[in-house]
Ligand binder design. Sequence first.
Ligand code: SAM
Length: 265
Amino acid sequence: MEKRDFQKEFEKVFGQLTGRYSSWEVWNDFLYVTAASFANVVKTEQWEKREEEYLSRINKYPKEIQEKFPELMSILALALEDKPEQDFLGSMYHRLNLHQKQKGQFFTPYHISELMAEISIGSKESMDEEIRRKGFISVNDSCCGAGAMLVAFANVARKHGLNYQNRVLFIAQDIDRTAALMCYIQLSLLGCSAVVIVGDSLLKPGFHPDNEVWYTPFYYLNYWRFQGAESEEAVIVPSDVPAALADLLCEDQDGQIVLKMEGVA
Ligand SMILES: C[S@@+](CC[C@H](N)C(=O)[O-])C[C@H]1O[C@@H](n2cnc3c(N)ncnc32)[C@H](O)[C@@H]1O
């Protein structure tokens, strides 16, 4: 059977959306409606706000064009199912010439991300030991882009016999909402338990009140697994942060709440 070229299929459907609107606007609408449809499987405090933004974005388009958004999503899902070892959205972002050079948005080629994940994952023994002790391992990319490093980490973990869907907690942050949503969508589709934060990781790291936080559907399924981890560091958990994340926060020298740096970041 002939191999499908998912990038070409995606580009074709995407092109059918861009007559009246710029590629940039369509890309961001696609990301938002897809991300909101994943996040709103759970009725959270953000549910109404996300539903409103979802409707305001999708209702700009005529009915027959609206149907192209789930079509794009299904091509993306099939592409990642066919080959999880790739940064599909990051590649499309470059291919469609949407990346913002001024923000340093040159995403790491997948094979380099894979090499870095192999180096940072450590030995099977140390991974097993951490899982025995805490029940899970965590990985953080504080400038996540479309999530290439974290996608690679998930695939490398699986290769080492680790069920990344319930044994790895993925933490991601990016100053740019477009990038963060790409990461959120890809991690959601790969079934990662992930927290993706939109915000400046230097000035407003982690759960700063100005930051937007997106939890993947698998995070909601597995959050209880990430509880009860041992921590020797002082931890302050803002009230809207699930307690499961407490172990991943600590105070830095300036008294700011930051995410502990672990893994490939
Ligand atoms: C070179 S890309 C790397 C992305 C990803 N880690 C990868 O390897 O493909 C750098 C990313 O950092 C983000 N970024 C730049 N400054 C940042 C900051 N202060 N806080 C959070 N993200 C930032 C950019 O938006 C961009 O997506």
